[in-house]
Write a protein that binds this ligand. Structure first.
Ligand code: NAD
Length: 303
């Protein structure tokens, strides 16, 4: 799909999506109501391009714009990457309905909110779709393209075509379920992880070590259902007969998580979360992630 692309939100994801589009040769306009986010956007994009060892001049393809109507007025496609708050996203989509061309596709990068509720105020909801990128999108290339009831097949196809053209790896999520596919799986794992720590089976660092050095080590090359098919479903069935009654099924955010947030133990930036963190320990984890992102991002450019 040709035509200008706009991004709403110049934060972590808006910046990452802009990098992917610029790498694919697209002209991009990014809107954010926060002037500091707009002012720092070009440098953040340049730093990412330098890290990926590509021409930092590609950042010139991205225009920062403080006026939403101006940013989206000529767009063929709009990616929304504003805060994960339903009322804010609804207001953004109502503005897009007024200011984007009537044929423009309006895509939300929400992590978990149903797309239908985000687009409820758009008159023609056949053009509202989910486009769930992962962080950072230039290294993790999957995008879940989420079809809500009102969304047309044409919108899904055009979204997939644009993403494919930008060397992303889109998949079609056929129903608008909260969390889509990836975050449902990721947070099912987190629910059990928190429950295991809360019940004293292990501490948080042991849990993470088990995931990273155990089944997590092979997840990038062997999905869970491929793995089940490979070892034979009989074994999976036997394991599920024993295990399923014991897995956590807390229907809300786990009290351990809620309690930590209420007491200010919000993670590395606070010095404590599920584990305690010295600044050096936190930096070591961030550096490990940066090395992964750099290697993955460069590898993605070779594909
Ligand atoms: P962020 O906080 O880094 O960026 C959000 C941006 O939205 C900020 O720059 C903020 O100034 C801007 N904003 C605030 N009000 C706005 C408004 N009314 N209109 C337009 N912009 C506004 O957040 P993020 O991590 O980039 O997440 C953005 C979206 O992407 C969220 O829906 C989030 O759930 C989703 N997402 C995040 C990740 C992640 O790992 N961070 C991954 C996938 C999806």
């Amino acid at each position: 799909m040709n035509g200008p692309v706009a991004i709403i939100g110049a934060g972590l994801m808006g910046h990452g999506i802009a990098v992917c589009l610029a790498l694919a040769g697209r002209q991009v306009t990014v809107h954010d109501p926060d002037p500091r986010q707009l002012a720092t956007l070009p440098d953040r994009i340049r730093q990412t391009l330098v890290m990926l060892e590509v021409d930092a001049g590609l950042a010139d393809r991205v225009r920062a714009c403080g006026d939403l109507a101006d940013a989206v007025g000529e767009s063929a496609f709009v990616f929304e990457a504003g805060p994960e708050l339903l009322d804010v996203k609804q207001r953004i989509f109502e503005s897009l309905d007024r200011h984007a061309p009537p044929q423009a596709i309006l895509a939300s990068n929400t992590s978990a909110i149903p797309i239908a509720s985000i687009g409820a105020g758009v008159r023609d909801r056949s053009r509202v779709v989910g486009s769930h990128f992962w962080n950072p999108p230039y290294a993790v290339r999957l995008v879940e393209v989420v079809q809500c009831d009102a969304c047309s097949s044409d919108t899904v196809e055009r979204t997939i075509a644009l993403l494919t053209d930008c060397r992303m790896l889109p998949v079609h999520v056929r129903r608008d379920v909260p969390g889509f596919i990836g975050n449902r799986l990721q947070h099912a794992l987190k629910r059990e992880a928190i429950a295991l720590v809360a019940s004293g089976v292990c501490d948080a660092k042991t849990l993470d070590f088990v995931v990273r050095e155990g089944f997590g080590a092979r997840l990038a090359v062997l999905g869970p259902l491929e793995q089940a098919d490979m070892i034979g479903l009989n074994l999976t069935l036997h394991i599920h007969h024993v295990l399923m009654p014991h897995l956590d099924n807390t229907p809300l955010a786990h009290p351990l998580l809620a309690g930590k947030v209420a007491s200010g133990a919000t993670g590395m930036a606070a010095g404590t979360g599920f584990s305690d963190w010295t600044p050096q320990e936190a930096e070591a984890v961030r550096e490990r992630f940066r090395r992964f992102v750099t290697a993955q991002g460069k590898a993605a450019l070779q594909r």
